[in-house]
Write a protein that binds this ligand. Structure first.
Ligand SMILES: [Zn+2]
Length: 267
């Protein structure tokens, strides 16, 4: 283990304290992002101290963040994947020390034809709808579509408009890890209620926010999360973001507009 990993593990101790339960660390709110608060004051280095696993985006809405096994990856709208620097800033992220308590295989040959089908299979195994769950699905996937949104320029427009510029990436088949969070319905406004998936290929050259994916066979690791720490940005953008109204319909519209039906996304 490198010195850097030991230091990172030590720095994460506070996130593991208190009944030994991992804490889901949310930085900012999904509603602030929907309102166009695309610049935050959290750093990748700071977030790593709170967790080795999670998802989010980068300042200016520049692509997608995927954190796995302590490495924070940056997937950009040009399709590139690289390790994010500690000083890179983040406007929204959900990270945690991933300590899976449930493991099971989704048996080979039982292909799940869509991300919805995978979500339903997971929901059967994770029945408590009122907890957060962090889930990693490692395996072989087909018919994968991901997206990354390009960096935005000020004045920022709402996410529903920015998302129209997204790049969509497709792969027929690849080995990858899905990094996911299932958030309870009552957390809407803070998180994406229901499932939110980011993907990272095994060769670390492909990733993004998942629009569609069909699991061929894989291993699931899951952790139920009873603790949520919400860190609110000290930025003028966050202070000025209109979060008084219910934006769930707006978010649903983005999801519906971007989620590619399984049949349509086959190249
Ligand atoms: Zn996402």
């Amino acid at each position: 283990m490198s010195i850097r990993k030991i230091l990172a593990a030590a720095a994460m101790l506070p996130a593991l304290c208190g009944a030994g339960e991992p804490v889901l660390h949310a930085y900012s709110t999904i509603d602030a992002l929907l309102a166009g608060a695309y610049d935050g004051d959290a750093t990748v280095g700071g977030l790593r101290a709170q967790g080795d696993f999670g998802l989010g985006t980068f300042n200016a809405l520049d692509g997608e963040l995927v954190a796995f096994e302590g490495v924070y990856y940056h997937v950009r709208a040009d399709g590139s994947v690289r390790v994010a620097g500690d000083d890179e800033r983040v406007p929204l992220a959900y990270v945690l020390p991933f300590r899976p308590t449930t493991r099971f295989a989704l048996e080979p040959g039982r292909a799940l034809p869509s991300i919805k089908a995978l979500e339903s299979a997971l929901d059967e195994r994770l029945p408590n709808a009122n907890l957060f769950y962090a889930v990693a699905v490692q395996g072989e996937f087909e018919n994968v579509s991901t997206r990354a949104i390009p960096a935005q320029a000020r004045p920022y427009r709402p996410l529903a408009e920015a998302a129209r510029q997204q790049s969509v990436f497709r792969r027929e088949r690849l080995r990858a890890t899905l990094v996911g969070l299932r958030s309870p319905a009552f957390s809407k406004g803070v998180s994406v209620a229901g499932w939110h998936w980011h993907l990272l290929s095994d060769d670390r050259t492909f990733g993004g926010h998942v629009l569609e994916a069909s699991l061929v066979a894989g291993e699931v690791q899951a952790a139920a999360l009873h603790r949520l720490a919400l860190e609110l940005p000290a930025t003028a953008d966050f202070a000025g973001a209109d979060q008084a109204r219910d934006r769930s319909a707006e978010l649903h519209e983005i999801e519906r507009g971007t989620r590619v039906p399984a049949a349509a996304s086959r190249d």
